[in-house]
Design a protein around this ligand. Structure first.
Ligand code: HEC
Length: 112
């Protein structure tokens, strides 16, 4: 039942996106943007829950594999455009420019 899985995944993303919109912040502070927008999928500490990894394939932002290849630009690009499969939505137009750059700096500097 592959199609059902895709529908469930799409619904999960939709629910997460709605949740992210509901808790949207006006703050330009990277930590606050992360806590209100990104933590719902990535976890407050950058480590997603096992179920988010299993259902959405959420990246562990603290993993050695990721820390090895992270750049501030990589994070910024990911936030702007989301993931190829859109399980991470694009935040262009959802977050302001200054929020995108500050959250990218936060993720780059914080989860080492
Ligand atoms: C709806 C859930 C969701 C939200 C909300 C979300 N992400 Fe993601 N994120 C994902 C998923 C799923 C992946 C793995 C995508 C992939 O395989 O490319 C991911 C991957 C990433 C990656 C790793 C990219 C890579 O090259 O491995 C970064 C960095 C990232 N997210 C940052 C953020 C930031 C910063 C925010 C908040 C602005 C955020 N994410 C919000 C689901 C989410």
């Amino acid at each position: 039942m592959k199609a059902t899985g895709v529908v469930i995944a799409a619904l999960a993303v939709f629910a997460f996106t709605l949740a992210a919109c509901n808790t949207a912040t006006d703050s330009g502070d990277g930590a606050e943007v992360f806590a209100s927008i990104c933590a719902s999928c990535h976890g407050a500490t950058g480590q997603p829950t096992a179920s988010n990894v299993e259902r959405l394939g959420v990246r562990d932002l603290t993993s050695a594999e990721f820390r090895k290849r992270i750049t501030r630009e990589l994070v910024e690009n990911q936030v702007r455009h989301g993931s190829k499969n859109q399980l991470m939505p694009a935040f262009t137009g959802v977050l302001r420019e200054d929020q995108i750059t500050s959250v990218a700096t936060y993720v780059f500097a914080r989860f080492k």
